[in-house]
Design a protein around this ligand. Structure first.
Ligand SMILES: Nc1nc2c(c(=O)[nH]1)N[C@H]1C(S)=C(S)[C@@H](COP(=O)(O)OP(=O)(O)OC[C@H]3O[C@@H](n4cnc5c(N)ncnc54)[C@H](O)[C@@H]3O)O[C@H]1N2
Ligand code: MOO
Length: 214
């Protein structure tokens, strides 16, 4: 409206940031799958991330679900990098320290630089951030593609997305930081009926539990 009123008919805009989303876990089924086998759970992180990214104005594409196999993971990432279409990748799961937590190994096999792995906050403790080189990509002068690898626990995925990923994607898009919303708790006493939010701090971690704000 402002441009039209000033007679400005063309303006320069940023291309929407294209982000690829990949869920890891041999236990995962597509949320669209009609079968419901025991021992399987539906991929809720993938559809959540795609919807949240689109709502924020980013282009989200899905790379689907990958089994707990670092070779398969590397293959999917290599192919996706070769298209030069994705400015950033978000993966979920397999970033902790179990035998099947292969994301770090897979990224290192792709010559990644791990910028950090783990933050002292729970949920989101095992989150990993890496830069992966790609000779093939056609994304201007950028030499590296950022990988935001979020823990699989769906609540940790949501927290990591909101408190780490969005600000980084906004930074890539030259957008300003979102202003935080400040709320006041009536009491931080976990036993108080006025609040069911519980804060706890261990020696090395700040821990937030689920709760509601009265
Ligand atoms: N020895 C340790 N074990 C764990 C630690 C630790 O510090 N030392 N940290 C724990 C924390 S905290 C978290 S969070 C989890 C994160 O582990 P991963 O990122 O490797 O996640 P997964 O094991 O793959 O999955 C965790 C949980 O979430 C379910 N999941 C995974 N992906 C999806 C999805 N797309 N949709 C729905 N649900 C999903 C998965 O089935 C698991 O139940 O590590 C702890 N362990
Ligand atoms: O830090 Mo994990 O992210 O407890 O859920």
């Amino acid at each position: 409206m402002a441009s039209a009123s000033l007679g400005i008919s063309t303006i320069s805009v940023y291309r929407r940031l294209r982000v690829a989303v990949l869920s890891t876990g041999s236990e995962l089924l597509s949320y669209k799958a009609s079968r419901d086998e025991s021992g399987h759970i539906r991929d809720s992180n993938g559809p959540y991330l795609r919807a949240a990214l689109r709502q924020l104005g980013f282009d989200a594409t899905t790379l689907g679900i990958v089994e707990d196999d670092h070779r398969e993971f590397e293959e999917i990432i290599r192919k996706a990098l070769a298209t030069g279409r994705h400015y950033a990748f978000i993966t979920t799961g397999a970033v902790s320290v179990g035998k099947l937590d292969f994301v770090e190994e897979g990224l290192l096999n792709l010559d990644a630089t791990i910028r950090f792995h783990r933050v002292a906050v729970r949920p989101k403790y095992p989150v990993l951030f890496a830069l992966v080189p790609s000779d093939e990509r056609k994304l201007g002068s950028e030499q590296h593609v950022p990988f935001l690898c979020l823990p699989g626990n769906p609540m940790a995925t949501v927290v990591c997305f909101h408190f780490l990923t969005i600000s980084y994607l906004r930074f890539l898009h030259d957008q300003r930081e979102e202003a935080p919303i400040h709320a006041q708790l009536n009491s931080t006493d976990p036993a108080s009926p006025s609040t069911s939010i519980i804060f706890r701090k261990t020696d090395h971690l700040r821990v937030f539990w689920h709760g509601t704000l009265n």
